[in-house]
Design a protein around this ligand. Structure first.
Ligand SMILES: CC(=O)SCCNC(=O)CCNC(=O)[C@H](O)C(C)(C)COP(=O)(O)OP(=O)(O)OC[C@H]1O[C@@H](n2cnc3c(N)ncnc32)[C@H](O)[C@@H]1OP(=O)(O)O
Length: 408
């Protein structure tokens, strides 16, 4: 087998993408395929060729990711990774990861991020699971919501999702710096929120959009499908939530109340919400909500110093980190991180190590959702100076759970 890694040429996109579909065993709806084509950054996507055939794919998006403190940090969004079934377990993925991380470094992006088809794949390349996605099936016919003051002042209005997209996007953009793990929209990406191929609806309605307004001003929105179901003559439909964003607790709660109250439905189904989503604190019976939490966004510091300087810290911190990075050895060594709520500097040092960890653990802890203390309890972070772990764990923590609202 002689294979060659090449940059994707736009004319090869269909063949390139077909390898991805083959590897995943899926066929995308035409509308989604067109979206994927339109957002592919060919100049930073690679294919592995075996003669005239594409046998491997990997792409990257030029994202900006929100981090603790609200900065938007350049991050390569690794995507569309596949190896043909005939060419697996011969190192093709490894060669693509090598090429890609070298390219990310050359571009000066401090981070690479991805969502994994399987959690076991990317740790070896230095990616750590940094956010969680919460799913739930809420028995809305049995569970009540306790609304905060002001919810009754919110007006709700149904609107065409595409027609109100620009207003919703303005609201979304205001939320991005408030929660680590969110992506600033690149041009064209706003369409992802309203993609609605009929063949993906599974018998449900077209996408619906409800706006929450206060005195005519947009303060929240939710996008959802209704999935009708009848058990005999009893209506047991489901509300399938796609997106919900709100500016304040009153607008947030009013939207949830609306979703709970939709006629002929008895459950609200969520697939990807933040782990600390506040509805959990409004419900009368959390046991009837079947909450489940899984891994979300994986973060890989590509330039440890720049990445650690790009975020702020909850409390003052001064710690020497001994980082190991087998796949990107330029990060290996000791780094002194000195910072706090206003900013940080992180530079190489010869001082003795105070915490020892691999770049994967650093990636997991980076957005403040995975505690350095928990990683230490798992034996994945080692404390070399007494007190260093507690200080760093407190400083790294985020007051809101980091969260990636949509896949890519
Ligand atoms: C960001 C994204 O796009 S996620 C999407 C990833 N793609 C998919 O899941 C599609 C289906 N799967 C595939 O296309 C392929 O199996 C891939 C891309 C996951 C792996 O490609 P390969 O070329 O077989 O990987 P490669 O041979 O380089 O393996 C490198 C190492 O990873 C391990 N590995 C590869 N795939 C997996 C897996 N699914 N689970 C656990 N370990 C894995 C290999 O065993 C190997 O380990 P070693 O270094 O200890 O020997």
């Amino acid at each position: 087998m002689t294979t060659e890694v090449r940059v994707l040429q736009p004319d090869d996109w269909d063949r390139w993408f077909s390898n991805l579909e083959l590897a995943f065993g899926t066929r995308e709806a035409a509308e989604e395929r067109e979206f994927d084509r339109s957002v592919t950054e060919c100049e930073r996507s690679i294919g592995v060729w075996d003669g005239g055939e594409v046998v491997g794919t990997a792409g990257a998006f030029s994202f900006r990711l929100s981090v603790p403190g609200g900065a938007l940090v350049p991050a390569a969004g690794v995507t569309m990774v596949s190896v043909a079934p005939t060419h697996r377990r011969r190192g093709l993925l490894t060669s693509m990861m090598r090429r890609q991380l070298d390219d990310v470094r050359a571009l000066g992006e401090p981070l690479a991020v991805l969502t994994a088809s399987e959690p076991a794949i990317y740790g070896r390349f230095g990616y750590g699971a940094a956010t969680q996605r919460m799913s739930a099936e809420i028995q809305s016919a049995r569970v009540r919501l306790q609304l905060p003051p002001g919810a009754e002042e919110i007006g709700l209005r149904l609107a065409d999702p595409a027609a109100v997209l620009p207003r919703c996007e303005e609201l979304y953009a205001r939320q991005v710096p408030k929660r680590p793990g969110m992506l600033a929209r690149l041009p064209g990406w706003e369409r992802k929120g309203v993609l609605d191929p009929a063949e993906e609806r599974g018998g449900g309605t077209a996408l619906q959009c409800v706006l929450a307004e206060r005195a005519g001003e947009l303060v929240g929105y939710a996008r959802y499908h209704v999935q009708p179901e009848w058990v005999g003559t009893v209506p047991e439909g489901a509300v399938r939530l796609r997106d919900l964003e709100a500016e304040d607790p009153a607008a947030y709660a009013a939207l949830w109340q609306y979703l709970f109250d939709l006629d002929l439905t008895s459950k609200v189904v969520l697939r990807n919400r933040p782990a600390d989503d506040a509805w959990q604190l409004l419900v009368s019976d959390i046991r009837r909500c079947s909450v489940r939490v899984e891994d979300g966004l994986y973060v890989r510091p590509v330039d440890v110093g720049a990445a650690l300087e790009a975020r702020t810290y909850a409390t003052d911190v001064d710690v020497v980190l001994e980082v190991t990075d087998d796949f990107c050895p330029w990060n290996t060594g000791r780094w002194r991180l000195s910072g706090g709520p206003k900013g940080a500097v992180c530079a190489r040092t010869d001082d003795p190590a105070e915490l020892t960890l691999s770049v994967r653990e650093l990636g997991a802890a980076y957005l403040g959702g995975v505690s350095l203390g928990a990683l230490a309890a798992a034996g994945r972070v080692r404390e070399e100076r007494r007190g260093a772990l507690a200080q760093a764990a407190t400083a790294f923590a985020s007051p809101v759970a980091p969260w990636l609202p949509h896949g890519f």
